[in-house]
Write a protein that binds this ligand. Structure first.
Ligand code: ARG
Ligand code: GLU
Length: 719
């Protein structure tokens, strides 16, 4: 037996030691203890204290959570920031009109007075972070139910954050880490006056569009420039013309010295969500059920949109942003499925679980605590699977019908009126719908959406078991016998929701129109689906998901206790992280090698004046023809555009600064490669690459292309 255990341990060292080179999104407060030596071994010239400190200014003081979903970096002592073009896209679009189309032409403020305010856009800095596990769990006991535990945790969180921010203008949030085995607090400072300084035309900022999205080699100049404004005391304030540029505690220097393959790189930002410690059962559900269903539904929607956008210019413009956002995760999930298959992810997880269980079973105590983990996971996933499917079909297919989503704006108000209350009691909500409706109809085409409606309802009934379908479907089936085109045609000819005017009229007197709305066919379809979803699907799903989360918490604890050969990093959860790797090409498949960088020559190779995504701006062509690259050319005289590296990143890392070994900015992160999109679930160092805009291209565009070189005077540029 002893011999067996010994053999088992030696044999399994490689399986358990599954943290791969360059894997990991690390918490800045633990860099000193966990990563500093490794990072310095790999070339870093800074100390952990240079990267994150609460005693002196450090890199962290220039890392911005941009609009809640992206990252940005401060590059001047006047609050100037870089982020991605796709992160500022909404704002750039907001300032655009047919006469003044900033998306197409780009925009450059010639002075601070011309910088454009963006109501609602925020820039958040991290003041400090802190382990608050003990306080958060102070009143939690082991016998508690999930709901009791959650209640205690939330009570503690409310108290701790209140205490941490009292007498200050700071905010604070606490997030669970390792599935709630630990909790960390982030104290923040949020600026509310953030102005647009500049953006290249989409033919640079979105070059390659959806065709090149999630792909290497890449030639997209995906950047935009913003500035943080503060009041006279350098504190956050609502927009005012009296506000002044924010004076940051730290300014990131920019290096145009260039990069070589294998150079050390570090990415600092706010990765959104990863799930690296899932059981094989979860990976199975994602890879074989959820991802494929969502991909298929989106494919149908995109197909209909594509055809109508091609046929009609107005529709093309109306649907461009919606199309980009729908296509983004369609492509991501498709890549993820393939990547998980190539990585043999389920079998790898299963192998790990088998060995893990062997280890658990050698110890009575461990066996008691963890012996049933995998059978419990198996049971829970068998149960949640049908609810997860209903949830996917609800959000992707049913709510993918735009007229249904428009009717859904009315759901809450109608619920209030149903109780006998009057419209005056819901006035705030009604005004809100008014705004939402205006935005909605700007980009709505009823003819297109009628096609979507027919296709999505068919997908729903073809895939969701009859017993689980919303009640409205038995009526539809009875009357239309599966002819969803006819059903959609009738619905679109009768519903008031095809018309902005009618909807706005209805909003003016909800007491009178309440009954009419209730009878509207689009409202009835929406109501049947959404109330089933809210009252049945979501609560059941959430309850099962909470139970799975509890299992994951136990599993996570067990792994950290029993598999000590591995260094653990917490899953991404939109909190500040550091990841590091190196500049590196890769071999996507047998016989093919991808270089680590691209140049303007590649932009010209891809040029296609007939295809929107591959149009090259005349001015850029001229600079190319004259090889007018100034100080931004590399040693070979080429103009670098992008490079790829082995940093472990995910959605939310868009706009993140990419640093060299000296902590100087060498680029801005904007995407991941197709072969690496599975890295949110399983990381493979040979295949996973983050895609970075070379800062030399950014500066070239600002300076040579846009003639906004005056902005460079604010920056610290290292030559
Ligand atoms: N794939 C990148 C990221 O997830 C960029 C998305 C924007 N670009 C686009 N062509 N849709 O979000
Ligand atoms: N484009 C992504 C973002 O918006 C980053 C790509 C990724 O998921 O790695 O955050």
């Amino acid at each position: 037996m002893k011999k067996f255990i010994l053999v088992f341990l030696i044999f399994n060292f490689s399986i358990f030691n599954f943290l791969k080179a360059d894997e990991g999104m690390w918490l800045p407060i633990f860099l000193k203890a966990m990563n500093e030596a490794d990072m310095q071994n790999k070339g870093l010239k800074l100390s952990a204290e240079d990267i994150y400190s609460i005693n002196k200014s450090s890199l962290k003081d220039a890392i911005v959570h941009f609009g809640g979903g992206c990252t940005a970096e401060i590059i001047s002592d006047q609050g100037l920031m870089f982020t991605n073009h796709h992160c500022g896209y909404g704002q750039i679009q907001e300032h655009s009109s047919v006469e003044n189309d900033l998306l197409t032409n780009g925009f450059w403020a010639k002075s601070q007075a011309e910088e454009l305010p963006n109501p609602g856009l925020v820039a958040t800095l991290i003041i400090r972070m802190e382990d608050v596990t003990a306080q958060v769990l102070a009143n939690v006991t082991s016998g508690m139910s999930d709901t009791e535990r959650e209640k205690k945790v939330n009570e503690a969180i409310a108290l701790i954050t209140k205490e941490a921010t009292k007498d200050s203008h700071y905010g604070a949030y606490i997030r669970p880490f390792f599935y709630g085995n630990e909790y960390y607090m982030f104290v923040t400072e949020t600026f509310k006056d953030v102005r647009l300084v500049g953006a290249p035309p989409s033919s640079i900022g979105k070059f390659g569009g959806d065709t090149d999205n999630w792909m290497w080699p890449r030639h997209t100049g995906d950047f935009s420039v913003f500035r943080i404004y503060a009041n006279k005391d350098n504190k956050p304030a609502d927009y005012s013309k009296d506000n002044v540029p924010y004076k940051p505690k730290y300014v990131i220097p920019i290096s145009i010295k260039g990069i070589e393959e294998n150079d050390f790189t570090m990415v600092y930002g706010f990765p959104g969500r990863t799930t690296e410690y899932l059981s094989s059962f979860a990976v199975n559900m994602i890879m074989n059920e959820s991802d494929p269903a969502k991909v298929k539904i989106r494919e149908t929607r995109l197909g209909i949109w594509d055809a109508d956008m091609k046929a009609n210019d107005k529709v093309r413009i109306q649907y461009s942003a919606k199309h980009a956002s729908l296509a983004n995760y369609w492509k991501k999930w498709d890549g993820e499925i393939k990547g998980l298959k190539t990585a043999d992810a389920i079998n790898k997880k299963k192998l790990f679980e088998q060995d893990f269980l062997l280890k658990v079973n050698t110890d009575d105590d461990a066996k008691g605590k963890y012996g049933n983990l995998f059978s419990d996971f198996e049971k829970m996933y068998a149960e949640i699977s049908v609810w997860s499917k209903q949830r996917d079909y609800h959000s992707e297919a049913i709510m993918g019908i735009e007229i249904v989503s428009a009717a859904a704006y009315f759901y809450d108000v109608m619920e209030v009126l149903k109780t006998g209350k009057k419209a005056v009691d819901a006035q705030k909500n009604i005004s809100k719908i008014n705004g939402e409706v205006s935005d909605f109809y700007k980009n709505f085409n009823a003819v297109t959406d009628e096609k979507i409606c027919a296709a999505m309802l068919k997908t729903y009934v073809d895939n969701i078991d009859k017993s689980q379908q919303a009640a409205v479907f038995s009526e539809i089936q009875k009357k239309y016998k599966g002819d969803f085109k006819k059903y959609a045609k009738d619905l679109y000819s009768k519903s008031m929701f095809v018309s902005e005017t009618k909807v706005k009229e209805a909003l003016m007197d909800m007491d009178k129109n309440y009954k009419k709305i209730e009878k509207d066919p689009a409202y009835k379809l929406m109501y049947s689906c959404l109330s089933k979803y809210k009252k049945e699907v979501l609560p059941t799903y959430t309850d099962l998901d909470a139970k799975i989360n509890t299992l994951n918490r136990t599993y996570m604890k067990a792994m950290r206790e029993l598999v000590t050969t591995k260094k653990y990093y917490p899953d991404a959860n939109s909190t500040l992280r550091v990841t590091y790797g190196k500049v590196s090409g890769y071999v996507p498949k047998n016989g093919v090698h991808y270089d680590y960088y691209t140049t303007l020559d590649g932009v010209m190779e891809k040029e296609n004046p007939a295809v929107d995504e591959f149009v090259v701006f005349p001015k850029l062509k001229e600079l190319y023809k004259n090889k007018d690259y100034g100080q931004y050319a590399n040693k070979k005289g080429e103009l670098p555009v992008a490079f790829c590296a082995s940093n472990h990143t995910t959605g939310g890392n868009s706009g993140s600064p990419v640093f060299n070994a000296e902590g100087q900015l060498i680029g801005t992160n904007f995407d991941r490669n197709w072969e690496g999109t599975m890295s949110d679930i399983i990381y493979n160092p040979d295949q996973v690459r983050n895609i970075v805009l070379d800062v030399r291209f950014t500066l070239f565009v600002i300076d040579k292309f846009a003639g906004a070189g005056y902005l460079l005077n604010e920056m610290k540029i290292i030559k």
